[in-house]
Design a protein around this ligand. Sequence first.
Ligand SMILES: Cc1cc2nc3c(=O)[nH]c(=O)nc-3n(C[C@H](O)[C@H](O)[C@H](O)COP(=O)(O)O)c2cc1C
Length: 168
Amino acid sequence: MAPNSALTSPLNADAKKTLLRKIPHGVFICGVAEGEEVNGFTASWVTQGSFEPPLVVMAVRADSTSNGMIQRTGRFSLNVLKADQKDLAAVFFKPQKGVGGRFDAAPFTLGELGLPILNDAVGGVECELVGQVAHGDHTVFVGEVKTATLHADGPALELASTGWQYGG
Ligand SMILES: Cc1cc2nc3c(=O)[nH]c(=O)nc-3n(C[C@H](O)[C@H](O)[C@H](O)COP(=O)(O)O)c2cc1C
């Protein structure tokens, strides 16, 4: 078999879906702020990308409200939820009345970069955008962690424990 034959085979969609869903994920609340407006949404496509400088990588739906806010402001926060905060995570992926309305369910404080840090969560980091790849239905943002607030160290919410799927 020619070495490159696998590259020209049609993608096995079922295998792709099964395999990509094996990637373990946490469940986070991403915060954004633009002028007087704040917004937040549930994000699970998040990972660390560098020790030094500390980088995080997050994929954000191209058609979401928050994507444009990140593009325009060049910053975002990531809040780490406690293991028992599944209900709150559900609030943050559902439609909301107005931009930022989801925060009615979760009081926050603006951090040093002006980004929402939930008052009740394991904690949160604020990031400055250092790179992005816009290709496909999500934009991959790379952020450098500039501030870190730890409220209460403990187990964090993991996607596997929720029964939800986001991936494949
Ligand atoms: C379990 C789960 C995980 C999600 N993870 C992401 C994610 O990593 N990135 C993303 O852009 N949207 C993700 N979403 C979808 C967003 O939370 C949703 O599109 C949200 O409405 C976007 O809000 P916005 O339009 O106000 O920015 C996820 C949804 C669920 C149910």
